[in-house]
Design a binder for this molecule. Structure first.
Ligand SMILES: C[S@@+](CC[C@H](N)C(=O)[O-])C[C@H]1O[C@@H](n2cnc3c(N)ncnc32)[C@H](O)[C@@H]1O
Length: 322
C-alpha cells in the first residue's frame, strides 16, 4: 500500500471514530458571534492551526476547501460566504464526506443563519480539483499538504494555483520541521498520515510556494505544535514541529523575487524627515513600516546605520510597502 492509501485508511477510521487530539490543534478554534460549533466538530478538528482569516473573506468569496475533515472550517468559511455553494469542500474518503455532511446537518439546529447547502461536499482529491481554471477566490487546506511527498506537494500546489482567480489566495496551515526529518520517520506511512513526519523545513515550504508562482506570501502564525522526542522516534536529539499558517497570493513574482512577509518592520532613524530608497519605499523618520523579508534585507545592506530592522514576529496581518 502507498502512503496516499494509508492516509485514506487513517482518515476513514478517524471519520468513523472521532480521535480527539489526532492532529492536536495549536490554538483554539476561531469563535465568531452567532456561530455555534457542534461538539462533534471540535472532536474531529484534525487541523493544526487555522485557515479562516476574516480579512481574506470580505466580498462573499467563493471558497474551495481541500480535505474536509469533520467540517469545522467549512462551517466557519460558510459563516462568511452565506450562500448556496459558497463553499465547495473536496475529500476522497467517503466516510469523511459522510461524517462532514452529518456534522453540518447538526450545525443547522444551533445556527439560524446556516443552510446545509451553503457547503457542497464533493468526491475528489487535491491533485484533480473538480472546478474550472481561475474560478475560485480562496483555496484552503489545513494539515493535509504536509502529508504529501515533495512531488505530490508540487502537483497539489499547481492544482490549487490553476483553480485560483488572479489575485486569489491559497490559505494553508501545516506543520513545519525545525530541521530535516530523518528518512526512517519520513518513510513511516502512518506517521506521515498523522501529520508527524512529512513536514518540510520553513525554507523548503516557502520555496515550494514560490516555485509554483505565488508572488506574495504572508505568515499569519507560527507556533510550537509537537515535539518528536528521542525515545519514541529514535532520534539523536528532540525535533520540534511548529504549525505555520500562511496566505499565498496568486500575483506575479516581482523581478527581484517573491515578497514574503513575516512581520518585519523598517524604521528610518537618520537626520532627514524622510528616506526614499528610490525603489518605491518611503520611510518616515521614527515610523515603522511593515516590509517583506527581501526589502528588509536590502535596507539592512544599503542603510546599516540609518534604518532599524525589527525581527520577524511571524504574525503578519497586512499593510506594508511592497
Ligand atoms: C488531517 S485531516 C484535516 C481535516 C480538516 N482540514 C481539519 O482541519 O479538521 C486531512 C483530511 O484530508 C483528507 N484527505 C486525505 N487525502 C486527501 C487527498 N489526497 N486529497 C484531499 N483530501 C485528502 C482526509 O480524508 C481528511 O479529511
Amino acid at each position: 500500500m502507498g502512503y496516499l492509501e494509508t492516509t485514506a485508511q487513517v482518515y476513514a477510521e478517524a471519520a468513523e471514530t472521532p480521535q480527539v487530539g489526532l492532529c492536536c490543534i495549536s490554538g483554539p478554534p476561531l469563535q465568531l458571534p452567532g456561530l455555534k460549533i457542534p461538539e462533534i466538530m471540535h472532536q474531529m478538528n484534525y487541523g493544526c492551526g487555522s485557515t479562516v482569516h476574516p480579512i481574506e473573506l470580505v466580498g462573499e468569496p467563493t471558497v474551495l476547501y481541500i480535505g474536509v475533515g469533520g467540517g469545522i472550517e467549512a462551517l466557519q468559511f460558510a459563516y462568511f460566504c452565506r450562500r448556496t455553494g459558497g463553499v465547495v469542500a473536496v475529500d476522497p474518503v467517503p466516510q469523511m464526506r459522510e461524517a462532514a455532511a452529518r456534522n453540518l446537518q447538526l450545525a443547522t439546529a444551533d445556527n439560524s443563519w446556516f443552510e446545509p447547502d451553503f457547503v457542497q461536499i464533493l468526491a475528489g482529491d487535491a491533485f484533480v480539483l473538480p472546478v474550472p481554471d481561475a474560478s475560485v477566490d480562496v483555496v484552503a487546506q489545513n494539515c493535509l499538504f504536509n502529508i504529501f511527498e515533495p512531488e505530490d506537494l508540487r502537483r497539489a500546489l499547481l492544482e490549487a494555483y490553476r483553480v485560483l482567480k488572479p489575485n486569489g489566495r491559497l490559505i494553508m496551515s501545516d506543520p513545519i520541521a525545525s530541521r530535516s526529518i530523518p528518512p526512517h520517520l519520513q518513510q513511516d506511512e502512518r506517521l506521515r498520515a498523522l501529520c508527524l513526519s512529512g513536514a518540510l523545513t520553513y525554507a523548503e515550504y516557502i520555496d515550494h510556494l514560490v516555485a509554483i508562482g505565488f508572488g506574495q506570501i504572508e505568515i499569519r502564525a507560527r507556533r510550537p505544535y509537537r515535539l518528536l522526542d528521542t525515545y519514541s522516534y529514535n532520534l539523536d536529539a528532540p525535533l520540534l514541529l511548529q504549525s505555520l499558517d500562511t496566505v499565498s497570493f496568486k500575483v506575479p513574482i516581482p523581478e527581484d523575487g517573491a515578497c514574503v512577509f513575516t512581520g518585519k518592520t523598517a524604521t528610518y532613524c537618520g537626520q532627514e524627515s524622510l528616506l526614499d530608497d528610490r525603489a518605491g519605499h518611503l520611510l518616515q523618520r521614527g515610523i515603522p513600516l511593515a516590509v517583506c523579508d527581501k526589502t528588509a534585507a536590502k535596507f539592512a545592506l544599503q542603510f546599516p546605520q540609518d534604518v532599524l530592522i525589527t525581527d520577524s514576529t511571524w504574525h503578519y496581518t497586512g499593510g506594508g510597502c511592497c
